[in-house]
Design a protein around this ligand. Structure first.
Ligand SMILES: NC(=O)c1ccc[n+]([C@@H]2O[C@H](COP(=O)([O-])OP(=O)(O)OC[C@H]3O[C@@H](n4cnc5c(N)ncnc54)[C@H](O)[C@@H]3O)[C@@H](O)[C@H]2O)c1
Ligand SMILES: CC(C)[C@H](C(=O)O)[C@@H](O)C(=O)O
Ligand SMILES: [Mg+2]
Length: 371
């Protein structure tokens, strides 16, 4: 493989609570994996933003930080928000929603995959076959109501759901592209539209636009499920699921449910992808119940960084970054499978630093397997 001297600029926003802890561990792993593979360098610049920064400075997300994110090749994000830190209007400080809107990050990609060694929440052996991807539409849906809701006469409140043809079509197209890649690897693929078309006009429209997109991808299977039935299916037979596309709020809820299937939030990465920018972050929040104790499982952050490497590799035709992504995944797998370190999240004794050390120690052996 030819080596590349290219450097990619990464805007790093650790955020609040365990976001800062898992990001510190992740930057160490990224640096160690870069040494192992050689090739393109990542130049990391860290920016303050979030609830803690708001308390210190009165600003949650500086315009200069937005500019740095815009100029960077990718954004790597920990987690932000703190339940009792709020703007004067009472809303929580969650700049990630602003970033999604600012950069048009319409596809929330949330893969859920079984890793050897994880505790089996499901008693069925087929839990080992869990491997699906939730594509969450992320720029409209019920989240359109953010900042627009109203309470009338202290008697009734309204939040409006927005579903547009353009928003639904681009999220659906994205889901079919994900399915196309999975088909190349696994021989077949299916996209399921998850909605509530039996009740809501907006959701019937979502399904109609999905069907129009599906008709253009006849080589990929397509079907539908109501969101309540999907919640049931996710718990009963998650190994049957492939790619799903759904509305913003449904995707938020189902992605936490899905993380529960593989042990917890500490194994659930995500990518917020648009046409020009992308942000990579674990699906979890700042975990106030364990923050500051060093107990967080950093694997979701590590896997989100691997998704970033894959995205950069494809966008810039840099196959070495893809090798680096696989290296990180293999090192996590080896760590969990061998029991070299087992996260406190699942009853093990490894804290965030222990997990990071163990995954870094697994890199040389993993390198022999991906090279
Ligand atoms: N992407 C984000 O930045 C993001 C996502 C969700 C919530 N939040 C914010 O985070 C704050 C806390 O929210 P929450 O408590 O509802 O959700 P959370 O995801 O922070 O925590 C839910 C549960 O999962 C556990 N958990 C989460 N990540 C873990 C990890 N890596 N290792 C071990 N355990 C982990 C927590 O300890 C907690 O018990 C809120 O202010 C919320 O708005 C931010
Ligand atoms: C913090 C919150 C606003 C955010 C969301 O709902 O999108 C989070 O739960 C997520 O899943 O990324
Ligand atoms: Mg969520």
């Amino acid at each position: 493989m030819t080596t590349s001297n290219r450097t990619f600029d990464i805007a790093v926003l650790p955020g609040d609570g365990i976001g800062r802890e898992v990001m510190a561990a992740c930057l160490e792993l990224l640096s160690a994996s870069e040494t192992a593979t050689g090739g393109p360098a990542l130049r990391v610049t860290t920016h303050n933003a979030g609830a803690q920064y708001y308390l210190e400075s009165g600003e949650a997300l500086l315009a200069a930080t937005l500019d740095a994110c815009r100029a960077a090749d990718a954004i790597l994000f920990g987690s932000m928000g703190w339940p009792d830190v709020r703007f004067p209007d009472g809303t929580e400080i969650i700049p990630q929603l602003d970033l999604r809107m600012e950069f048009g990050l319409y596809a929330g990609v949330r893969p859920i995959r079984w890793f050897p060694g994880l505790p089996k929440i499901l008693t069925d052996e087929r839990a080992r076959d869990i491997d699906f991807v939730l594509v969450r539409e992320q720029t409209e849906g019920l989240f359109y109501a953010r900042g627009r809701g109203e309470v009338i006469d202290n008697r009734e409140a309204y939040d409006t759901m927005q579903i547009t043809r353009e928003g639904t079509a681009r999220a659906s197209e994205f889901a079919f592209r994900v399915a196309e890649r999975r088909r190349a690897r696994r021989g077949s693929a299916r996209v399921t539209c998850v909605d509530k078309a039996n009740v809501f006009t907006s959701m019937a429209f979502f399904r109609q636009v999905f069907d129009e997109v599906a008709a253009k991808h006849s080589e990929i299977g397509a079907d539908h499920a109501y969101v309540d039935a999907m919640a049931l299916m996710m718990v009963k037979k998650p190994w049957t699921l492939d790619v799903m596309v759904t509305e913003n709020m449904f995707g938020d809820i189902l992605s936490d449910l899905a993380a529960g299937l593989i042990g917890g939030m500490g194994m659930a990465p995500s990518a917020d992808i648009g046409d020009t920018h992308a942000l990579f972050q674990p699906a979890h929040g700042t975990a106030p119940d364990i923050a500051g104790q060093g107990k967080a499982n950093p694997c979701a952050m590590f896997l989100s960084a691997a998704m970033m490497l894959d995205w950069l590799a494809e966008r810039h035709d840099e196959p070495q970054l893809e090798v680096r992504a696989r290296l990180i995944e293999r090192a996590i797998e080896a760590t969990l499978e061998s029991g070299a370190a087992f996260p406190m999240e699942f009853g093990g004794s490894a804290n965030c630093a222990d997990m990071s050390r163990a995954v870094i120690a697994a890199l040389p052996d993993a390198m022999r397997r991906v090279a």
